[in-house]
Design a protein around this ligand. Sequence first.
Ligand SMILES: NC(=O)c1ccc[n+]([C@@H]2O[C@H](COP(=O)([O-])OP(=O)(O)OC[C@H]3O[C@@H](n4cnc5c(N)ncnc54)[C@H](O)[C@@H]3O)[C@@H](O)[C@H]2O)c1
Length: 238
Amino acid sequence: MTPVAVVTGAAQGIGRAVCELLFETGWSVVGIDQVASATVPWETRVADVADSTALADALADLPRIDGLVNNAAVQHAAGLLETTPQEWDAVLAVNLRAPFVAVREAASRLATVGGAVVNISSVHALATSANVAPYAASKGGLVAFTRAAALELAGQGVRVNCVAPGAVDTAALRLGFARHVTGDPERVLRERTPQRRLGAPKEIAEAVSFLLDGERSSFITGETIVVDGGVMARLSTE
Ligand SMILES: NC(=O)c1ccc[n+]([C@@H]2O[C@H](COP(=O)([O-])OP(=O)(O)OC[C@H]3O[C@@H](n4cnc5c(N)ncnc54)[C@H](O)[C@@H]3O)[C@@H](O)[C@H]2O)c1
């Protein structure tokens, strides 16, 4: 039976690369996004993951789920004191509540087949910058949620892991960085990264593919894999 993977935030960037790699490697893929995807060879569904009912509805009729990738996320770039509670909630609804809702909805189907969940967090879960507090809090929360869900679902044969990317070359990265840094964002990011380059979306997809694969990563659960070209390995005082 062909395994089925659901990927949120599938229309572009890392989510799209995850869909591509899973599709190429034999998965049946269902990509969910708030915007319609370009023509792609896998199934796509339009839903706002911040709307818990719409997200649950988008998953409801799938008879089988082997893999769930919670990837959709939004940024809010503003100082903590300029951020309203509504703006805070809007970020947390996409980045943290939606993964919980999706896991809750998919859990019994994942359990039936011994499936796996991968949550896409960020290096901002581990160390962060000024002016991204709700994003950093949501991504830190996602690492903690991953551990909690892994413990609760291990007995049902479901593994739950996390990937924490560093700077990956996507539209979101360029937009976000342009707001904070003057000069050529790519050059600045390259200089800050020990491997001296941005990551490619496919390099995150490879980690996701590994963590979804019940043969290659069968004894890994509750874990976060950092994929960042060495950024988190360096002391900031160096
Ligand atoms: N690009 C990076 O450098 C980087 C670094 C660390 C972590 N990440 C994480 O990787 C993931 C993907 O990032 P990306 O750079 O590909 O982002 P992106 O903005 O290019 O793509 C995100 C996708 O999510 C969709 N989305 C956003 N809100 C949604 C909603 N409410 N409902 C449904 N879909 C929604 C968007 O339409 C978009 O297609 C995110 O979780 C992000 O936090 C990215």
